[in-house]
Design a protein around this ligand. Structure first.
Ligand SMILES: NC(=O)c1ccc[n+]([C@@H]2O[C@H](COP(=O)([O-])OP(=O)(O)OC[C@H]3O[C@@H](n4cnc5c(N)ncnc54)[C@H](OP(=O)(O)O)[C@@H]3O)[C@@H](O)[C@H]2O)c1
Length: 238
């Protein structure tokens, strides 16, 4: 008997960790991946190169984290096709400008918070009904160790916008855990990974994503509210 269908929604699937998650997940039997991006052209070419037997497993959807209407539209498309989301992989994020508290620029700060905090929260909000309809009912917010407050967590120079936008997402996640007790919600940091966001530093993206997905599939209901470091295989403090 083939395994039951397992469904994933990934944000930021155009490149980096999101695209690699899509690539690795389609190797699993009986999956459907709602791969979302603000521009789906990279996904279209990725799908065109897949073997025929795998093509239907990836459903590309437009979703811009800065445009709430695109979240509602993607959710409506999944809903109208009778779909659900077992694993919401809330992955898209922005990191570009360097910044110090001394030079704090409100416009730059608002862009970080609009994408990494507010956008990621709206993704949880708009896809929650579809997560609730699924079997696994799991939301994974991809965060970062630099957003952690635990003693000794790194505060790399110049990352004040990015780090604080992730810290805020961590706190909102903690509130969601309290509100949505029927859903499993965890934070995972992939750790430093060779992508555009890290400037090409860190672990190779395929190995990093293997560790992230291992953790995604190991998270259980009692792990709701936990923050995992996938690379080091340990709980990361908030
Ligand atoms: N790489 C690391 O070392 C590292 C470490 C810790 C945590 N993380 C976390 O891992 C996740 C993935 O990062 P990554 O390293 O894969 O970064 P990346 O290669 O820069 O990819 C970021 C993804 O987010 C998407 N994105 C950005 N703004 C968006 C918007 N407004 N709407 C929709 N999508 C948007 C990008 O889409 P476009 O192609 O359209 O720009 C891209 O698909 C992030 O949450 C990041 O914070 C990464």
């Amino acid at each position: 008997m083939s395994p039951a269908l397992t469904t994933y929604l990934i944000t930021g699937a155009s490149k980096g960790i999101g695209l690699e998650m899509t690539r690795q997940l389609i190797q699993l039997p009986n999956v459907r991946i709602y791969a979302t991006a603000r521009n789906t052209s990279a996904l279209d070419s990725f799908i065109s190169e897949l073997p025929e037997s795998k093509k239907a497993a990836v459903v590309p959807l437009k979703l811009d984290i800065e445009e709430e209407a695109t979240m509602k539209s993607a959710a409506a498309q999944i809903e109208s096709s009778g779909g659900a989301i077992d694993y919401l992989l809330n992955n898209a994020a922005y990191s570009s400008d360097r910044g110090k508290v001394e030079d704090f620029d409100p416009e730059v700060a608002m862009k970080y918070f609009r994408i990494n905090t507010v956008g990621a929260t709206l993704v949880m909000k708009h896809f929650l009904p579809l997560v609730r309809k699924s079997t696994h009912k799991t939301i994974i917010n991809i965060s970062s160790g630099v957003g952690a407050f635990e003693a000794g967590s790194p505060k790399p120079p110049g990352t004040v916008y990015y780090s604080s936008s992730k810290t805020a997402l961590n706190m909102i996640t903690a509130y969601a855990v309290k509100e949505w007790t029927d859903v499993t919600i965890a934070l995972i940091t992939p750790g430093l990974t060779k992508t555009a966001l890290s400037g090409g530093m860190g672990l190779d993206v395929d190995e990093s994503v293997r560790r992230v997905l291992k953790r995604v599939h190991e998270v259980k209901k009692e792990d709701s509210g936990s923050f995992w470091n996938a690379q080091e295989g340990r709980i990361q403090g908030f």
